[in-house]
Design a protein around this ligand. Structure first.
Ligand SMILES: [Zn+2]
Ligand SMILES: [Zn+2]
Length: 88
């Protein structure tokens, strides 16, 4: 099942969250679950092979896949206001 988690506090968030309640701006999404307080693939694997990096004005996105089962996993990081200036 598709889930979105904050990488800072590991809280589940909605897909359109840009800043977590903890202030975190990095989110991981895909077929994920929490194992021992860490975000892992649904198969339990913690390793992601990153295959693609994309830059957007307000965020950047690393997409990849679980090294074990190959399910797609993405990590998106929203830029802070200061970072965004470089792209304005
Ligand atoms: Zn958070
Ligand atoms: Zn997996």
């Amino acid at each position: 099942m598709q889930k979105n988690y904050c990488l800072e506090c590991k809280a589940e968030v909605t897909g359109d969250t840009k800043t977590c309640e903890c202030g975190g701006r990095s989110f991981v999404f895909g077929d994920l679950k929490i194992t021992d307080g860490e975000v892992t693939c649904e198969c339990g694997c913690k390793e992601i092979k990153t295959t693609c990096h994309m830059d957007f004005t307000d965020k950047y996105l690393n997409s990849g896949a679980c090294v074990k089962c190959g399910k797609p996993i993405g990590i998106e990081t929203y830029r802070t206001g200061e970072d965004a200036l470089w792209w304005g």
